[in-house]
Design a protein around this ligand. Structure first.
Ligand code: DC
Length: 223
């Protein structure tokens, strides 16, 4: 498993990392794990079932019922009790829930195994907050995305509208700001760039430019 290449892509919410990761996965034909969906799943299930996130038994029971299966487009989908819940996970409210549940050590520790199980040939694009620092410290290439808050909020707003979810820009901006703070300030695995990560500010960059840059960096890392 150690020789399967992993590209770790971390960064702020709505910094463009997921769009770039999807494109990279297409180009390289690598599997794509958006680790945020795992925390979103726990947030979603927590909302439905009011879990005690300090109870090892309860958290284990939930995580044992979660399965990650790759779809045709190589992207891992989340199944809970054999039901595909992926489509319920993308609202900003569930994002905020995810940010809260992600502060629990038990949740983070127990999700490690599921994330590691996604490393499969020919390779994995792993996207999240602590891919380069904690989950895949030996990743072949580590990228850290950042972008201005206003630009991220307007991208997110547009994305939600396109997927038919009503929202207003001001509340999106506030929710992203809250999420930035809680992701950066949490004690366990806070959001930060790994020492060996390459930092990309995507505020004024087009996705194709970023993609070309990462592909070039990956080629160099292989040489
Ligand atoms: O990437 P996202 O917006 O789907 O992530 C939702 C939340 O999940 C994010 O605010 C913090 C948490 N998260 C995390 O703590 N670690 C990760 N590797 C991915 C997400």
């Amino acid at each position: 498993m150690n020789d399967v290449p992993v590209i770790a892509i971390d960064g702020l919410a709505s910094s463009g990392k997921t769009s770039v990761s999807k494109q990279l996965s297409k180009k390289l034909k690598f599997y794509f794990l958006d680790s945020g969906i795992l925390y979103r799943s726990i947030g979603y299930i927590h909302k439905l079932e009011s879990l005690d996130l300090n109870s090892e038994k309860e958290v284990k029971n939930i995580i044992n019922n979660i399965e990650l299966l790759p779809s045709k487009d190589l992207q891992f989908q989340v199944f809970y009790k054999n039901k595909d819940i992926t489509n319920f996970l993308y609202s900003e409210e569930i994002g905020l829930q995810a940010s809260i549940v992600s502060q629990y050590k038990l949740v983070r520790d127990l999700l490690l195994f599921l994330q590691h199980s996604c490393v499969q040939n020919p390779g994995l694009i792993a996207n999240g907050r602590d891919m380069g620092t904690k989950v895949f410290p030996n990743a072949k290439l580590k990228i850290y995305f950042t972008a201005d808050l206003e630009i991220r909020a307007s991208r997110r707003h547009k994305q939600l509208l396109e997927s038919g979810i009503n929202s207003d820009l001001e509340s999106i901006t506030n929710m992203l700001k809250d999420r930035d703070n809680s992701d950066k300030d949490r004690i366990i695995s806070p959001l930060k760039a790994a020492d060996d990560a390459i930092i990309i500010d995507s505020s004024n960059l087009k996705i194709d430019t970023v993609l070309d840059k990462i592909l070039e960096l990956y080629k160099i890392s292989e040489a």
